[in-house]
Design a protein around this ligand. Sequence first.
Ligand code: FES
Length: 590
Amino acid sequence: MNAKDDKDRKHSEANAADAAPTGMRQGLTSYGDTGFSLFLRKAFIKGAGFSDTALDRPVIGITSTGSAYNPCHGNAPQLIDAVKRGVMLGGGLPMEFPTISLHESFAAPTSMVLRNLMAMDTEEMIGAQPMDAVVLVGGCDKTVPAQLMAAASAGKPAIQLVTGSMLTGSHAGERVGACTDCRRWWARFRAGEADAATIAAVNEQLVPSVGTCSVMGTASTMACIAEALGVAMPGSASPPAVTAERMRVAEATGAQAVQLARSRLVPASILTERAFENAMRVLLAIGGSTNAVVHLAAIAGRCGFELDLDALDRMGRETPVLLDLKPSGAHYMEDFHAAGGMATLLRELKPLLHLDALTVTGRTLGENIEAAGPGFAQDVVRPLSRPIYPQGGIAVLRGNLAPGGALLKVSAASPALMEHEGRAVVFEDAADLAARIDDPALDVRADDVLVLKRIGPKGAPGMPEAGALPIPQMLARAGVKDIVRISDGRMSGTAFGTVVLHVTPEAAVGGPLAFVQSGDRIRLSVSRRELTLLVPDEVRAARAAASPVAEPTAERGYRRLFLESVLQADRGVDFDFLVPPGEKRRLPRR
Ligand code: FES
């Protein structure tokens, strides 16, 4: 091919790219005749009452995740109305479509089993249906991670809209909110400090409106992370679900989606190394949920990155917790919003952020912070010089019990238990725990270490939030508030205590946790970032040889796909076939 031919070819390829079908003309159904495919599609959409003028506009898909089973998305219909208004104001055509909806308390055995299914559903429907950009309406814990995993893989312009946090309630003059106070009050009930009538009255007040949990649980953490990643509108993380401001954020998100469709700014241009580093800084500074580490690993994995847990730990040592929010602090999400929300936090964190990271606004993170205006006096976000905790909220532990790493939410743990050695009290699985934890004959003391096996990615399966084992009733009634707990599972971001999580590799695939026995001694050293089983190597090897682990299997369906394909916690619990092939770049770069 001579130089002129090559130039002509490049020119015609550029024209073809420019002329790539958009709107309703893209992604035609295969009938072997593209003209007929478009003719048929137009006939059907006209049957729904659309005009040619409407069909000429950029098409903006809107995921509808409202469900009677999902109170955290209870405002989805109003939000979608507002998004549609924004799309129309921006000159686009809104097209709402359903995807799976997941709520923490209505998905058995755990919503985490279904996160990847929601990611697959969302990715495939974005790809299969004609749209120039998509608005992802999510909120409850697993939904935003699933949607961002999907958006990263689908490759179309996308913008996240969270449903927003619920309000707080009041019991006998005491402010309460899901779900840190759910757990605190339930612990009081178990300890005999609250009677049945009181716990029923508290139950009425814990969730006083629709929306996501009102503390820094996984939903709030992912809302802040979405803004820090640059995939959601500035100021969109904190407005409560039932406020006018939440609806205005939805309208602005719809209008921005049209701009994204026109500029063709795709997630890959936003979800860069710098964006992920910003998200990690924010996760550490807000005392965010440990679950977000798994979700960030999964989203990063879709973008060709691998989360470096040891580097995250090093970042944690230089990133203080600034946000005074439960469970690490005292306030609730609506207080964070009144204090200026993410703009206030990002302004304080500026020295530690990549301010040149691009966002869905087409501006950089730094420009978005400047556009938010000056700060003001408030007591929810602390300055770097006066943090609520001097180091990041999450520590990464390693040792012979967790060669692939384990996490501890330091900011929600007891300082007195950070350096601790104790006798293991082992539960073989969740059923064993339920059967024996309150048995009066259980041999357990306050300085023991509770160990729960087989609640990892394959074990339960789906790594349920069962890692914050209840304090055995006999100890709770004796006034014990915390005890070291270790498992290969997760815990809710709303939970608290000295709880070692995500032990990798998990017991169900033969990780060292599988061979711990009651009476063994375990040493936790947060200062040295160590988790050590004080049992000689040869004894552990003999136990492994005597009782080899049979990995769980399933006969059919999604459960079989899950068990055959799921990766460990350090890889985000994604499916191996959904991660792009090839070498991964380590995150963060340090
Ligand atoms: Fe949905 Fe907490 S249960 S965010």
